[in-house]
Design a protein around this ligand. Sequence first.
Ligand code: ATP
Length: 212
Amino acid sequence: MTMRVGVFGGTFDPIHLAHLRMARAFADELALDQVKLIPAGQPYHRDSGPHASPRQRLEMVKLAIEGDARLQSDDREVRRAKPAYTVDTLRELRAELGDAAELWFLIGGDSLFNLSSWQEWRELFRLANLAVAMRPGFDAAALPPEVRQEWDTRQVHDFSNRTASGTIRPLALPPFDLSATRLREMLAANEAVEGLIAPAALAYIRQHGLYR
Ligand code: ATP
């Protein structure tokens, strides 16, 4: 049996309900054996305002995914002293899983707009398949031409011929309007966020006084 592994990288500052819906739809729609949630170590550029540390973001991911056996946290980027490029993380996973495994990388539709600025971005398609979760307002026609070309030529909707890498699959999951930025603002303003974040992750935020 081919192993099907999903990878979901993010800052997760903090992990929120849209992330969890995406991770679950990713596992369901692509029949994945597991989804690895990989919090970024030190992000390259951050806006101002309070942020959680890499360890705290990892801890919140662990708390939020408890109870769904398909979802697993992966601390490889947090353990690294330097920022990790996605391509390096996928190379590492490909080496661990072998050539036959189906490897899927999940991103939000907004991230497609800067995909071509990522380190060795075309290499991503050699290493993995790409799943895209739509964000409200997504418009493929507005993608940069080099990304638009990959979007137009690599999309596969019929899964009778699954491959280890190189295809793009938009998830059917309806867009959900929520960002960690918005959540941090709400927390800083003492607004109610129940229902937008896993209760255990929210309890952690309150306990550690994060985002105030
Ligand atoms: P921030 O507001 O701090 O930039 P974020 O909510 O976008 O955070 P990240 O941790 O940066 O969350 O996102 C990880 C991945 O999840 C990215 O690929 C991002 O595009 C995607 N993502 C986050 N929220 C959504 C959403 N509501 N719908 C679709 N994709 C999302």
